[in-house]
Design a protein. Structure first.
Length: 241
């Protein structure tokens, strides 16, 4: 599977998109809980998914006590910082649902460096998923966004992190004026059972056109290629143009 062969779904409004994603979340989570006793999801930050997290917080019948939430990426800032993905999730979603604190796995940023944070989070993933040497986590859902430059998670065009095959989590340095980041790698994303891109706004239509046409394989989002899972792009009408 590749982005040009993934499922592309277009919604008239973002509200309709959020409702569809909420229904998919409920369907997939209940199936995972029934099959293995728990459900795992890795969540992205950014502006686009905020509306979905608000919608998700009001969905009834979800087994939050059997749900384990992780982060796709994080900026190397304190959680209280307005740029923190975990801080946003805590305010918009976590504070509004009844999920045990032990079921939430943020990327710890109070370490000596982004490298230390990445190593700590990789250790947490390995311990939670009980991974053997060389093993890769299998998330039930990974939620991703896409930037105008085609980046996804904190995997940016030209970054060495795109070539990482062994590590599950890596630090990313973008420039002196930009916060360093920590991100899961492509092998983790591509081992998920379900990968959903949430895309909204007219500023995304150029990159989505490139992605659908498949002419630029240097776009990080084009490298999302689930080996055994399902790839879906949810877009509002503005993102399609």
């Amino acid at each position: 599977m590749s982005p040009d062969s993934g499922e592309y779904l277009v919604f008239e409004t973002t509200d309709a998109m959020w409702q569809f994603m909420a229904d998919k979340w409920k369907e997939i989570s209940s199936g995972a809980v029934e099959k293995k006793g728990h459900f795992t999801a890795a969540l992205s930050g950014g502006k686009t998914p905020v509306g979905f997290y608000r919608r998700l917080s009001s969905v009834e019948g979800l087994e939050w006590n059997r749900t384990c939430l992780f982060l796709v990426d994080e900026r190397f800032v304190p959680w209280e910082n307005v740029e923190s993905n975990y801080g946003m999730l805590k305010e918009i979603l976590l504070s509004r649902i009844s999920i045990p604190s032990g079921n939430v796995h943020p990327i710890v940023t109070g370490t000596s460096s982004p490298i230390a944070s990445a190593e700590k989070y990789e250790g947490e993933l390995r311990a939670f998923f009980k991974l053997p040497e060389g093993g890769i986590p299998e998330f039930d859902i990974i939620l991703l966004g896409i930037g105008e430059d085609g980046h996804t998670a904190s995997l940016f065009p030209g970054s060495g992190a795109l070539k990482e095959l062994d590590r599950l989590v890596v630090p990313v340095k973008l420039g002196a004026a930009i916060h360093e980041r920590i991100t899961i790698t492509l092998p983790v994303i591509n081992n998920a059972r379900n990968v959903f891109f949430l895309v909204s706004g007219r500023r995304k239509k150029v990159v989505m056109r490139k992605l659908r046409q498949g002419h630029d394989r240097t776009l990080p989002a084009s490298m999302v290629n689930p080996q055994k899972g399902k790839l879906s792009f949810l877009m509002d009408r503005e993102a399609v143009g």
